[in-house]
Design a protein around this ligand. Structure first.
Ligand code: CP
Length: 304
């Protein structure tokens, strides 16, 4: 079993991982030693704080070992992903990969003899979505009848949220004036629409009615944020997106919890005062990456 997106998982299977994450958070000692002797290879083509730290700490606390591999200093740069993965999967028990291209990740999956976890590619960010559902369930006790509004660019995080939410019974409304084309997965959106739980609109005020959670993410993919070649596109995105910033004015009348998967660009997708507000659960959400990582690792390594 791999975790690339949620296509192969039912809502019940997703909830099993979410509930395991909550249980591990409550009883961490029970799981000490659960992955003794196991090794996770973590290979990153892009920068990361949370994904790297949460999976590395998860392996340490479960008595396993994690190897961090910066793509640029490995021979993945000069050889086939297929061949390098064939080797890697013969020496480790699980692979976490943050690759730019989903097609490259699919090659890795084909070559690997061990589970592969998508640490965020251009299309999906499933490990983040598990942490998000853990956070939402902690706040609301049940996810049934919960409503989340995603405001931002339609991207990889948005796709995984739509897929996860509609499978577990959460209503999700997206307010996404820009669609990140490399993230496009029409099959995922069609399946989500069929559940009756997903719709998209540009009317932010209407979308926020009765919302339990409002969620935003960066408007610019991390690899482009500082890139001078992307400056013009960045400027264009800022102009289109600024009316949709998560701020006091746009949230007037809403009692929704505020979520953001981080890293945050203060003053862009969200104002500083909202990050610090009593309704913000952003830092709890980021902490839950650890319990999400543990639950995913234990699942993929056959421990429940
Ligand atoms: N949310 C998230 O994936 O954080 P990092 O990019 O820091 O891993």
């Amino acid at each position: 079993m791999h975790l690339i997106n949620f296509k192969e998982l039912s809502g019940q299977q997703i909830m099993e991982i979410v509930d395991k994450g909550i249980e591990i958070k409550r009883n961490p000692k029970k799981y000490r030693g659960a992955l003794e002797g196991k090794t996770l290879a973590m290979i990153f083509q892009k920068t990361s704080t949370r994904t790297r730290v949460s999976f590395e700490v998860a392996m340490t606390q479960l008595s396993g070992h994690a190897i961090y591999m910066d793509w640029r200093v490995t021979n993945f740069t000069i050889a086939d992903i297929y061949d390098e993965t064939q080797y890697l999967s013969r020496n480790v028990d699980c692979i976490l990969a943050r690759l730019i291209r989903d097609s490259d990740l699919q090659v890795m999956v084909k070559a690997s003899q061990v589970p592969v976890i998508n640490g965020c590619d251009e299309k999906y960010h499933p490990t983040q979505a598990i942490a998000d559902l853990i956070t939402m369930k902690e706040k609301k006790s049940t996810l049934k009848d919960a409503k989340l509004v995603y405001v931002g660019v339609h991207n990889n995080v948005c796709n995984s949220l739509i897929e996860a939410c509609t499978k577990v019974g959460v209503e999700i409304v997206t307010v996404t004036p820009i669609f990140n084309e490399p993230s496009r997965d029409d099959e995922l959106l069609d399946s989500a629409k069929k559940t009756g739980l997903y719709r998209t609109t540009l009317d932010l005020k209407e979308a926020l009615k009765d919302a339990d959670f409002v969620y935003t993410d960066t408007w610019i993919d991390m690899e482009f944020f500082q890139d001078p070649k992307y400056a013009e596109e960045k400027e264009k995105r800022m102009r289109i997106m600024i009316p949709y910033q998560i701020n006091e004015k746009n949230l007037a009348g809403s009692n929704a919890w505020i979520m953001h998967d981080m890293p945050i660009h203060r003053g862009y997708e969200i104002s500083s005062d909202i990050i610090e507000s009593s309704k913000s659960i952003i830092y709890e959400q980021s902490e839950n990456r650890l319990y999400s990582a543990k639950a995913i690792l234990l699942k993929l390594l056959g421990k429940y």
